[in-house]
Design a protein around this ligand. Sequence first.
Ligand code: ADP
Ligand code: MG
Length: 240
Amino acid sequence: MSPEPPLLVVEDLVKRFGGFRALDGVSFHLAPGEVLGLVGPNGSGKTTCINVISGLYPPDGGRVSYLGHSIGGVASHVLARRGINRTFQSPKPFLSLTVRENVLVAATYGNAGVAPDLDALLASVELDTLADRPAGELNSAQQKTLDLARALATSPRVLLVDELAAGLNPAELGRMADRLRALAAGGMALLVVEHLMGFIDRVTDRVVVMNAGHEFFEGTLAAAIKDPEVIRVFLGGAHG
Ligand SMILES: Nc1ncnc2c1ncn2[C@@H]1O[C@H](COP(=O)(O)OP(=O)(O)O)[C@@H](O)[C@H]1O
Ligand SMILES: [Mg+2]
């Protein structure tokens, strides 16, 4: 088990949309310096899980605790100040603002009392040469990277990452993986949703596998890919 107490604890989390339970009792924990992968077929509830933890939707049941306090239903902008932020599967930057201005706006909503060096931040994600370009000129992979920079500008202690790797070329994937590992090495806790298993293998310490709104496996990726239930769900998803 991790030597550090968890920063984030999710217990029996439920989220309903009408009569449909998009989250149907999800439980996991996340410690400082840890990268936890959240994997599962399309529609299994991964994004909804990030949406509820990050305050976009209140939970309909269960509990999310951060630093020992219940945060279920606390608004996203309040959570950003307290050190929880996320990236979006489909980022929506302010298209007419420059890359630097987008990050500057995010920083003003950030973790209270921490003022990141935005130029260093943009350089660290290789957006420095695009800093003065409108975000609308970026391609989709660059917009995802900008979304990461926007989240990092708030100096999170918990970072929730939703399919950041999609659209990156192999060299960019490797650098993104190194970047996420470096954030964890600095003490950040990361929850990483991703379909690319090579990326998950490179980035995560362990994985939670979800299906139909709840987790049914937790452990290393190496153990997950030998688990008959994991294999059944993934092959079933691929053929379903
Ligand atoms: N705002 C919403 N309103 C209604 N249904 C939703 C909403 N968000 C997600 N869902 C449904 O919840 C399920 C899980 O979606 P999602 O969390 O996006 O899955 P994943 O990220 O694992 O692909 C899907 O069936 C999806 O259609
Ligand atoms: Mg999703």
